[in-house]
Write a protein that binds this ligand. Structure first.
Ligand code: GLA
Length: 379
């Protein structure tokens, strides 16, 4: 579908007038640097073409009226009395709450929202909604939109309102990505660099069709374990630790906490190595880093499930596959593979059929082009 044109019609149906703006914010796939962002570490995600769009028209009062096409549901809330509830509207309310807490003076708006980022697959549909919401409020309330500042607002919505203690990666890449590039982000300083992606390899997202249960609590537990490790090691964050010191002080850490830390420290190094590999055009090495990352997430960080391990194993054994790994928070959802373009067709067919045989499930495969960060599609 062509979201903007459909959205205009839907907007007209809902509000009997035309929208003034349409904003878009993309989902993302993380190439390397998993569970490093809340350890002040490095990440290498790219934005994907799957996105969230909001068509909007500013209102004179402080109410938000929004219809979500995916849920065929309209909700109304007042910016003067935000109340926690459940469902898709919480991401919008969470953003409004975070903006007001940061002293932004907000105005209301009418909106129609549509998204095609697969939900629960580890492709950041929630960050896409949050970043689209920051843009929507900026246009309705006439404040200047700034990528870093608004990514931080999106993260506050997630942490303070939705209750997931997430890092900054997803919101930053949705806000600041460049087409054709991955975003090399230092999550401590929020400095970033756009790294060109090689044209001869395709990025394939492989959704296992399994969804994570109780992920929020498992995610928060991992984060607490990392904090425990950095406290014992006497560093501000695991970003400041190294493997030599970790191994020397192994006896002071619980075995599980030691393994969590080993994942984070080695994963940070893999991101740095990946940047060198990309700069040198060394796709074979870049792919090896994918594989090493998966092993570490499986054995040390323990955030994979059988489906992820199967699909990654199947992908890795195909000709033309440089490497594959789970992506996102884990516990289900999607994996990502780096594949020679000329092998794409054969790769996709083989992965789908071998995965079906092994798991009984249908995998969804998406060939992803690196897209730009959030944009205004119509004004
Ligand atoms: C989720 C979080 C991110 C990041 C990843 C794991 O996507 O929202 O901040 O921690 O998990 O790398």
């Amino acid at each position: 579908m062509q979201p903007p044109s459909t959205l205009q019609q839907l907007f007209q149906r809902e509000f009997s007038t035309f929208p003034t703006f349409i904003v878009r914010a993309p989902g993302r796939v993380n190439l390397l640097g998993e569970h490093t962002d809340y350890n002040d570490g490095f990440v290498l995600p790219m934005a994907i073409e799957h996105a969230v769009w909001i068509a909007l028209r500013p209102r004179e009062d402080r109410q938000v009226h929004i219809y979500a096409q995916n849920f065929d549901e309209k909700i109304i809330f007042s910016l003067d009395s935000l109340e926690k509830n459940a469902g898709w509207g919480e991401y919008l309310k969470g953003v409004a709450h975070a903006l007001q807490k940061a002293s932004f003076l907000l105005k209301g708006w009418d909106g129609v929202m549509f998204g095609n980022v697969p939900v629960g697959a580890g492709l950041s549909s929630s960050a896409a909604v949050e970043i689209a919401a920051t843009r929507t409020f900026a246009l309705a309330s006439d404040y200047e939109w700034n990528a870093r500042q608004m990514a931080l607002i999106g993260q506050r919505a997630e942490v303070d309102w939705v209750g997931v203690n997430s890092g900054i990666m997803d919101q930053m890449v949705s806000a600041a990505a460049r087409a054709g590039h991955a975003l090399f982000l230092d999550t401590r300083s929020l400095e970033y660099e756009h790294i060109p992606l090689p044209k001869e390899a395709a990025i394939i997202v492989m959704d296992t069709s399994t969804r994570r249960g109780l992920v929020d609590s498992a995610y928060n537990t991992r984060r607490a374990e990392c904090e425990q490790a950095s406290k014992t090691l006497g560093v501000a964050a695991l970003r400041d630790a190294n493997l030599t010191v970790l191994n020397e002080r192994r006896g002071e850490l619980e075995e599980q906490v030691f393994r969590r830390a080993r994942h984070v420290i080695s994963e940070n190094q893999r991101v740095l190595d990946a940047i060198s590999a990309l700069r040198a055009g060394d796709l074979a090495y870049f792919g090896k880093l994918f594989n090493a990352s998966h092993n570490s997430l499986r054995d040390d960080f323990e955030v994979t499930n059988d489906a992820l391990n199967w699909i990654v194993g199947i992908a890795q054994s195909q000709p033309g596959c440089y490497g594959a790994r789970m992506t996102g928070a884990g516990f289900g959802g999607a994996a990502v593979a780096l594949v020679k373009r000329e092998e794409l067709e054969a790769f996709s067919q083989a992965v789908k059929s071998e995965y079906k045989l092994k798991s009984g499930l249908d995998a969804q495969l998406y060939i992803c082009e690196a897209s730009a960060g959030t944009s205004i599609e119509k004004s």
